[in-house]
Each structure stands twice: as structure tokens, then as C-alpha cells.
Design a protein around this ligand. Structure first.
Ligand code: ACM
Ligand code: ZN
Length: 568
């Protein structure tokens, strides 16, 4: 009996001293290296230990987020941690309707509990992402206790911008479903909420459309690709292509939704349409005119096809082509509406991106049908004809309860009434559109084009399209232009970086171009402008890179070179 009591007392004492020990561990600023930097973070003494007793529970509306967190904790702790909506977990997720913002969350960590609350499941998900960065296994063992512990804290956080996007061009080079899912995971970790999926181009059509099977039978494949920088030294004469079935697209959209990411599809028009034209030549003003590959860098197979009476080919070189959708032929609009009808069924997004950039007007100028349209509609020039085209597509998209986004060229000839403008040729388009009370997404090529070089020493870099965009410059990006009037700033919804893949034909290379620039952009889009501080960010990035390691990401090392010789 006495022995039993002694044993019980020993157990209680051990438990008491253990929890007490956890309660009193002091933390330092190095324990809280989070990107994007939270709005407010209170450092506290004590650490919560993830161990066999850890249980995740929470509101019934948070099953998906609870399972996501339980899976994450199980994988880092190598223990089985489960989510139970009814349980009394020591990690608790809750919906708090008293919070005012959709994406606002609170994260409380104490030695004996963790509570993540948010108005919406999305907000709670962001709290989970912050918690993830407090885990030693993700950010390096901050405390060498040998335990998996999280520093106590009270974080209150919400994003600066509502639109936080990343783009991926899968048309110049095709990327697999698995890669796209990995990409979506990276976006989620960075608290991004939008994936802009560039699905159609001159060099490939990547989305199955049931009504037009040739779009993928023909349009998803090119017979070769130029070698080296445009216009190239040769053609590699290697077939390249691929596409996503509608089932695969549904799967990706659902995967993204479970990570609170909206997928915006881009269906390019009226330019960048060579692949669709190769599949359905009636879309061109001149169906029997052969496609022209600059400097005649055309593949042998395509050359033979043209000799044998098949003039249109999926493009094999980069740049911009005169062969665009005919704006005079009614059949063009029937095609576009049929395509968009299927696209809108697949993507729940409120926005459909319709491209609108880089549409040469040469063919329209010499096409009798386009000229007839111009005259009948009383259009002054081909810019107004383009505006007619975009407005007509917008009316159709609006009639289905959705809205269009277009690149800033859609301003030329008059902006469609409800369009959101994606400003890429600098800030000017975004400034003009917001002054006209249109919503804007800022993606200037000066700061947001991740296809640009990361070093001035180009010899040391994989081939890129040009430019120079180091991480520091991405971090210096402000989506709100200084000169924009106060009352127009509300139209700037946020920002986005783009990865055009002319010269990026592998996953490793894409990763290299994304990281760490995406991490810098995430802070620009999320954190308060006042907390923007390059040395401080760089310090936190040094810790964040352990996430790259954990996820096996091939990232560019330039920014780490002086601070961490082991990275050289
Ligand atoms: C673009 O880079 N052409 C939008
Ligand atoms: Zn025409």
C-alpha cells in the first residue's frame, strides 16, 4: 500500500515537474521566425510538447483542416496523431464568428494547449500554416531538447491583400498533375489563395474540351521546339506535349479547394491561339495560310505536313504570332462560348482569365470579315475591334454569373465594363484601370516575372528569357503604386507573380525559378507594409529554407551565399 502511494506520488511529481519545466522554458526571437511575418506576435515563456498525448480536435466545420493538421503533426512527430471533432484535444481548432475578417486568425500556444481560431475554415488553415513554421522539424531545431516542442505565443494575424496569386504556364512546357499538386501545396504554405493556371498558348492547348476533341488530339502536341534563345539555332525535332483530362482538372480543383486555393483558368484570346488554330483552322482569318515559324526553325515533321497540304501547325518557337482568332467570323464566338461553357463547369472560380495580351492586328487589317465587322459596329480601328471582342466574351461570361480578368492590353480600345485588369507591362495599366474604378491585380514584369534571371552573371544561370529579378527586388515590390490616389487604392486587390515556361522544361528548373522568390512575394502580399524589412526577412528566410529541404525543393541559393557558406 505504502509502495503504491509512493509510486503515485513519484508519478505526480514527475508529471508536475515535466509540465512545470515546459511552462518555464524561456524563448527568444529566434524561436519565432515566421514568413509571412504576422501582424502581431507576442513572445511568451513556455513550450507545448507534441507527444503521445497530443490530440487534435475542433469544430465540426473544420474536419478537413483538422485532418490536414493531424497528418502534418503525425508526419513530423512520427506518431499517430488524429483529429476528432468531438474530442477534447489539447490542440483545438475553432470557428469564431466574432472575428471580423474572412482570413483573420488567432493562434494561442501555451505549455499545455494550442488554440487556433478563425472566422472561416480558410482563416484556421492559415493559423495551421503559421503553427507549422513554429515546429522545430520544419524550421530547424530551435531548442536542442530532443523533444518536438512549440514556443508559447499569442499571434493575431490577417492579410494585407485579398488576392495573393501565383501563375504557372503549363502550355509552353507541360507539367504533370503531380507537379501541379505539389505547386498548390507550396502556395498553401505561403498563404497564397489563388492559382492562375495558364492553360492555352501558341505552343500547346492543355485542357480537354469534349465538344472540340481536336484541341487536345492536335493542339496539345508540337512536333519540335527551337533550341536555345529565340529565334533559336535549330529545332530539336522532338514531339512535346500533354494535356489534362476533365477528370484530372476536377481532381486538381478539389485538391486546391482543400487547401483554400482558388484555381483561375486562363483561356487565351484573341491572340496566342496558334494551337487552337492548328486544331480548328476556321478560327484563323486565313485558314489556308501556313503557320510561320520565325527564321524557318520549323521541325521536319511540320515542314512535311505543310508540303502535304496541312498549313497550320502548333507553334514550335516563342514570341508573338499574327495568326490570331478572326474577330469577324461568327463561328469564332460560337467556338469560344462552347469552350468557356465547359471551362466554367469545371472551375468554380468567380473569375475566368481570358488573356487579351499581345494580339497583333495585322491579320485583322487585311481580313474582309474583320473589316466588315469593324464597319458594321462603327469601330474606329483594330484596337476597338479587340475591345469589341473582349466585351462580347465578357457579356457571355457575365451571363453565367462570372467575371473576366484580362492582361492590361484589354484597356486598349476601351475596357469591358466589369473586367478586372492584370497589370503586367509595369504599373501603368493598373493605375489607369483603378482610376476608372476597375479592380486590378498587380503583376508588373519589373518585380513579378519569375522567368527572369536571378543573377547578373548569366553564364552561371540556366537559360532564362532575360531581365534580372533577385529576391531582394521581389521583396521591394509594393502592389500599391505610390502615385495612386488614396480613394483608388481599394481597387488594387493584390498581386501575383508569373512563371512563363518557354525556357523551363523541368520541374527542378521551375522550382529554382520559384524559390526563394515566391517566399519573398508571400510576405509582400500578406504582411503589413510597415513591417517590410529586408534584413529581418533575410534572417527569417534562413530559417524558412528548412521547409524547402523538408519538401525536397530545388531552390536558388544566391541570397544565402554570404550568410551561409555551406550553401555555396
Ligand atoms: C504577358 O506576359 N504576355 C502577359
Ligand atoms: Zn478576320
Amino acid at each position: 500500500m505504502i509502495k503504491n502511494i509512493l509510486f503515485l506520488l513519484t508519478c505526480l511529481f514527475t508529471l508536475y515537474s515535466c509540465t512545470n519545466r515546459l511552462k518555464e522554458i524561456p524563448n527568444t526571437p529566434e524561436d519565432y521566425l515566421i514568413i509571412p511575418k504576422p501582424q502581431s506576435l507576442q513572445m511568451m515563456d513556455g513550450r507545448y510538447s507534441i507527444d503521445g498525448k497530443t490530440k487534435v480536435s475542433g469544430d465540426e466545420g473544420l474536419v478537413s483542416e483538422g485532418n490536414y493538421l493531424a497528418e502534418l503533426l503525425s508526419s513530423v512527430s512520427r506518431q499517430t496523431i488524429t483529429f476528432d471533432s468531438k474530442g477534447n484535444g489539447n490542440i483545438y481548432l475553432e470557428l469564431d464568428t466574432s472575428l471580423s475578417l474572412e482570413e483573420e486568425y488567432n493562434l494561442l500556444v501555451e505549455y499545455d494547449k494550442v488554440i487556433i481560431s478563425g472566422k472561416t475554415p480558410r482563416a484556421v488553415f492559415y493559423g495551421i500554416q503559421t503553427l507549422r513554421q513554429l515546429l522545430p522539424s520544419e524550421t530547424g531545431p530551435a531548442k536542442s531538447t530532443g523533444e518536438l516542442t512549440i514556443p508559447a505565443t499569442m499571434i493575431k494575424d490577417a492579410p494585407r491583400f485579398a488576392y495573393r496569386g501565383m501563375h504557372l504556364d503549363v502550355a509552353r512546357h507541360f507539367f504533370s498533375v503531380e507537379f501541379v499538386k505539389r505547386y498548390i501545396d507550396w502556395l498553401a504554405i505561403h498563404k497564397m489563395n489563388t492559382f492562375h493556371w495558364h492553360l492555352t498558348e501558341d505552343q500547346g492547348w492543355r485542357i480537354e474540351i469534349k465538344k472540340y476533341p481536336k484541341l487536345t488530339e492536335v493542339g496539345a502536341w508540337r512536333n519540335g521546339t527551337i533550341v536555345g534563345p529565340f529565334p533559336g539555332t535549330a529545332n530539336d525535332n522532338t514531339k512535346h506535349g500533354g494535356f489534362y483530362t476533365q477528370e484530372e482538372i476536377k481532381d486538381i480543383v478539389a485538391y486546391a479547394a482543400s487547401r483554400h486555393i482558388t484555381v483561375i483558368p486562363e483561356i487565351e484570346l484573341p491572340g496566342h491561339g496558334s494551337a487552337a488554330i492548328a486544331a480548328y483552322p476556321f478560327l484563323s482569318c486565313f485558314p489556308s495560310e501556313p503557320s510561320i515559324v520565325p527564321n524557318d526553325r520549323i521541325s521536319e515533321v511540320s515542314k512535311r505536313a505543310q508540303v502535304n497540304g496541312q498549313p497550320k501547325i502548333v507553334q514550335e518557337s516563342w514570341s508573338v504570332y499574327n495568326d490570331v482568332y478572326c474577330a469577324g467570323n461568327e463561328e469564332t464566338f460560337v467556338f469560344i462560348e462552347n469552350v468557356l461553357r465547359e471551362v466554367m463547369e469545371l472551375f468554380p472560380s468567380n473569375y475566368i482569365h481570358i488573356g487579351g495580351d499581345e494580339c497583333p492586328k495585322e491579320n485583322w487589317k487585311r481580313c474582309p470579315q474583320c473589316q466588315k465587322r469593324k464597319k458594321e459596329e462603327g469601330l474606329a480601328d483594330e484596337h476597338e475591334l479587340q475591345s469589341y471582342f473582349i466585351k462580347r466574351v465578357e457579356r457571355f461570361v457575365n451571363s453565367k454569373g462570372k467575371n473576366i480578368i484580362g492582361w492590361d492590353e484589354i484597356l486598349e480600345g476601351g475596357l469591358a465594363p466589369n473586367a478586372t485588369v492584370m497589370s503586367w507591362r509595369g504599373n501603368e495599366g493598373g493605375i489607369t484601370a483603378s482610376r476608372a474604378n476597375h479592380n486590378v491585380i498587380m503583376s508588373p514584369n519589373s518585380h513579378c516575372y519569375f522567368d527572369h534571371y536571378q543573377s547578373e552573371d548569366r553564364e552561371q544561370e540556366p537559360l532564362a528569357i532575360g531581365g534580372f529579378l533577385p529576391v531582394e527586388k521581389v521583396y521591394a515590390f509594393d502592389p500599391i503604386p505610390e502615385e495612386l490616389e488614396e480613394d483608388k487604392r481599394k481597387y488594387i486587390l493584390g498581386g501575383q507573380a508569373n512563371l512563363w515556361t518557354e525556357y523551363i522544361d523541368s520541374e527542378e528548373h521551375a522550382e529554382y525559378m520559384f524559390f526563394p522568390r515566391m517566399t519573398a512575394l508571400s510576405e509582400v502580399l500578406w504582411s503589413p507594409k510597415e513591417s517590410n524589412n529586408w534584413p529581418d526577412f533575410k534572417l527569417r528566410l534562413g530559417s524558412f529554407k528548412s521547409i524547402y529541404h523538408a519538401l525536397d525543393i530545388n531552390y536558388a541559393k544566391h541570397v544565402f551565399k554570404n550568410s551561409d557558406e555551406s550553401e555555396n
